[in-house]
Write a protein that binds this ligand. Structure first.
Ligand code: R1P
Ligand code: URA
Length: 295
């Protein structure tokens, strides 16, 4: 196999991957991703020992230990375009030899676990609730640039979308469906946390039906109509800005991925939490032991 060109795989003079500014040794097999760089510290403050701390642009990374479990926490910043960078660079750190610039013969499988925030798309989902995404429905365009073969569940979910669109307003762009890891979803949702379908949006305002001084094409009524979507008993639950891109790229690269989001606000009834920091902290305290217990 030919070595990857200098413009294809960009390694800094210090031997680190270009955007994340990490050396391959600084990556654990289990990676928690968050949007907000400040959330990295909110998670790593629970570590017993921190091995490395790196910060470059919006990408803050801490690697350390909870018990015997080595974990990396990485902030991706906001949006699916950043996920393109983060997932490709995490995989390069794990699976490309930086000296020869050739992919290693036996790829390492990472667990990629997003702990994020989100808006609810069902009347009964209250701020402070946790949702574990079983599927991502991407309204962004990222996966359209990759050669991606949908699996059976993804194809059937897209059929459910087409069926729903016979009766309600169509999605403004053709979505793509990506399945997360069922095993990781079951682990994180233990104790009755709902598994759902999560829409990933390419923006926070009009793509999530918000109009400040512009006019979004979609309204709250549109979101309400879409909330009828379900697949095999899993209903549309929430939206945010990273999950489907993480699921799609993780599957293409042979990694396992899951996404758990705490609900900040309910977009259908207008409820918003009065304690955003507190509910994020509660998600971290509940999820970190489950992640640290991962085989
Ligand atoms: O809180 P994080 O993880 O950033 O997640 C959500 O918050 C951001 C928007 O405010 C988007 O990144 C969205 O996905
Ligand atoms: O409504 C919300 C809340 C958090 N993050 C989002 O993307 N949307």
């Amino acid at each position: 196999m030919q070595a990857l060109a200098d413009t294809e795989l960009i390694i800094t003079p210090a031997g680190k991957i270009y955007h994340l500014d990490l050396h391959p040794d600084e990556l654990a097999d289990t990676v928690i991703t968050v949007g907000d760089p400040a959330r990295v510290e909110a998670i790593s403050k629970h570590f017993e020992r921190i091995e490395s701390r790196t910060s470059h642009r919006e990408f803050v990374t801490h690697t350390g230990y909870v018990g015997k479990k080595r974990l990396t926490v990485l902030s991706t910043g906001i949006g699916p375009d950043n996920i393109d960078i983060c997932l490709n660079e995490l995989d390069a750190l794990a699976n490309i030899d930086f000296k020869t610039r050739i992919p290693k013969p036996h790829p390492r499988q990472l667990n990629i676990i997003r702990l994020g925030t989100s808006g609810a798309l069902q009347q009964d989902i209250k701020p402070g609730s946790l949702i574990v995404s079983r599927y991502g429905l991407g309204l962004d365009n990222l996966l359209h640039f990759y050669q991606y073969q949908p699996n059976l569940a993804e194809a059937e979910l897209m059929d459910a979308v087409l069926d729903m669109e016979k009766y309600v307003e169509k999605f403004p762009v053709r979505p793509y469906a990506c399945e997360g890891s069922g095993a990781l979803a079951d682990l994180l949702s233990a104790g009755g946390i709902e598994q759902g379908i999560t829409i990933t949006c390419p923006g926070f305002y009009a793509p999530q039906a918000r109009s400040l001084r512009t006019h979004a094409r979609m309204s709250i009524q549109t979101l309400d109509a879409w909330s009828k979507l379900s697949y095999k008993g899993v209903r549309l639950t929430n939206f945010e800005m990273e999950t489907s891109a993480i699921f799609g790229l993780a599957r293409l690269l042979g990694h396992r991925a899951v996404s758990c989001n705490v609900i900040l606000g309910n977009r259908l009834n207008g409820d918003f939490t009065d304690d955003p920091a507190g509910i994020v902290e509660r998600m971290i305290e509940l999820m970190l032991p489950r992640i640290a217990g991962l085989e």
